[in-house]
Write a protein that binds this ligand. Structure first.
Ligand SMILES: Nc1ncnc2c1ncn2[C@@H]1O[C@H](COP(=O)(O)OP(=O)(O)O)[C@@H](O)[C@H]1O
Ligand SMILES: [Mg+2]
Length: 352
C-alpha cells in the first residue's frame, strides 16, 4: 500500500491508508505500508508503519533511516505469493500515470487505472477533449497554455481576457489542468479577477482550463470494474463555501456529503450512464469517482473523473458502495481481484 506522496493531498492519503489498513481482511492480506514522504523519498515498511501509527507522515520521522528500494523487495515478496500494489497517492506523481508507469515497468499488479487512463483523467484539459469527442455534456470551456498569457498589460492580453469572459462568462472558473483538491481553482467575473486567477492557475501547471461557472448541485458517483463497470447510486456534495474549495474539503467541517440525494429516478439513471461512459472513454479501470454538476437550468454536466478517490471513512467513494451493499473490506477485495485480472490480461497481451 503506497501512501503519502508529494501532492497537496498528502494528508488525505495518509488518512485513507490508515483506514484501508484497518479494513482489509488480515487473514487474506499481509499489508506492507510504504510511505512516500513530502520530499518524494520512499520510506521503509517499518518507518511507514510507525508513521501511520502516529497519524500522518509529516516530515520523514527518521531522515537517516533506511529508504525503501521498491524493486528488490517487491521481487522477494512476489516469490511468496501474489503481490498487488494499492496506490493510495492522490494528484501528480500518484494519480497521473507516473506511479502506474513505474509499476508497469516492475510488472507488479496494481489497483486502479493504468498509465493512459490515469494520465487522461488527471489532465482536465485532455479529459475534456476526449469526453467532447464522446459526446458527453460538459460546461463550456477553453484550454490555454501559459505562453498565451505572457504579455501582461498588453492589448492582446486584455483582448484574451475579454474574449474568455464574453465567450464563457459572465462568471467563469479557472483551474490548472493537472492538479486536484481545488488547489489553484478560482471563480472570476471580470478582467481583473480573471487575470489574477489565470496567473495563479498557471503557477501550478502550464496548461489552464477556463470554463463557464455552473450554478447548480454537485453530484458524484462511484464506478467499479473494467470494460463493463458497475456504477453506484449518486451522492451529493453541498459545499460549505461559495464552491468546494481546499478549505472546504480538508480544513473545515462545513461541507455536507449526502449519500441519498433527492433526485428524480431518470436523472439518477442518466448520471449512471454518463459515469460509465466517461469511465470507458477515459480508459479507466478498477475504480473512479465521477463528478457532475446538475445545473439549475436542468443540464447534466460532467465535471471530472478521479481515478484515486479518497478512502477515508467519510469519503464518498467507499460510502456510496457501502450504501449499495458492498462493505469497505469487500470493496478492497474486489479492487484487488480487478488488479490481478487486469495484470493477467496485460501479460497475455505482451507475452505473445
Ligand atoms: N465550472 C464550474 N462551475 C461552478 N463551480 C465549479 C466549476 N468548476 C469547478 N467548480 C467548483 O470548484 C470545485 C473544484 O473544482 P474541480 O474541477 O472539481 O477540481 P479539483 O480536481 O481540484 O477537485 C468543484 O467541486 C466546484 O465546487
Ligand atoms: Mg473535484
Amino acid at each position: 500500500m503506497l501512501f503519502g506522496g508529494r501532492s497537496a493531498e498528502h494528508d488525505v492519503s495518509c488518512i485513507s491508508a490508515r483506514h484501508v489498513l484497518a479494513a482489509a481482511d488480515p487473514d487474506t492480506y499481509e499489508i506492507v505500508p510504504v510511505g512516500i514522504a513530502r520530499d518524494g523519498q520512499w520510506m521503509s515498511a517499518d518507518s511507514s508503519a510507525a508513521a501511520l501509527a502516529v497519524g500522518s507522515l509529516g516530515d520523514r520521522l527518521d531522515p537517516n533511516g533506511p529508504a525503501w528500494d521498491p524493486f528488490p523487495r517487491l521481487a522477494e515478496m512476489s516469490a511468496e505469493g501474489p503481490v498487488v500494489v494499492f496506490p493510495l497517492v492522490h494528484g501528480p506523481f500518484g494519480e497521473d500515470g507516473t506511479l502506474q508507469g513505474l509499476l508497469e515497468m516492475a510488472d507488479i499488479p496494481y489497483v486502479g487505472s493504468g498509465v493512459l487512463g490515469s494520465a487522461l483523467a488527471m489532465d482536465k484539459l485532455a479529459a475534456k477533449e476526449i469526453v467532447t469527442h464522446h459526446g458527453l455534456p460538459q460546461a463550456r470551456y477553453r484550454g490555454l497554455h501559459a505562453d498565451q498569457l505572457t504579455e501582461k498589460g498588453s492589448e492582446g492580453h486584455r483582448a484574451t481576457l475579454e474574449s474568455l469572459l464574453s465567450e464563457l462568462g459572465p462568471r467563469v472558473f479557472v483551474k490548472p489542468a493537472n492538479l486536484g483538491s481545488s488547489v489553484g481553482v478560482a471563480p472570476a467575473g471580470d478582467v481583473t479577477s480573471l487575470d489574477a486567477a489565470l496567473a495563479d492557475a498557471a503557477s501550478y501547471d502550464e496548461w489552464v482550463v477556463v470554463e463557464e461557472a455552473v450554478t447548480g448541485r454537485e453530484i458524484e458517483l462511484a464506478v467499479l470494474g473494467d470494460r463493463i463497470p458497475q456504477v453506484s447510486g449518486p451522492g451529493e456534495i453541498r459545499p460549505g463555501e461559495a464552491f468546494y474549495s481546499y478549505a472546504d474539503k480538508y480544513e473545515t467541517d462545513a461541507a455536507e456529503l449526502i449519500d441519498e440525494p433527492d433526485l428524480a429516478p431518470d436523472i439518477t439513471v442518466g448520471f449512471q450512464e454518463m459515469a460509465a461512459r466517461a469511465f470507458i472513454a477515459l480508459r479507466c479501470s478498477g475504480m473512479a469517482r465521477v463528478d457532475f454538476f446538475l445545473a439549475d437550468d436542468g443540464r447534466m454536466l460532467l465535471n471530472e473523473v478521479n481515478t484515486i478517490p479518497g478512502f477515508t471513512p467519510i469519503s464518498m467513494y467507499p460510502r456510496l458502495w457501502q450504501k449499495a451493499g458492498l462493505s469497505y473490506p469487500a470493496l478492497i477485495d474486489r479492487l484487488v481481484d480487478l488488479a490481478l485480472e487486469r495484470h493477467a490480461r496485460r501479460r497475455r497481451n505482451t507475452e505473445r
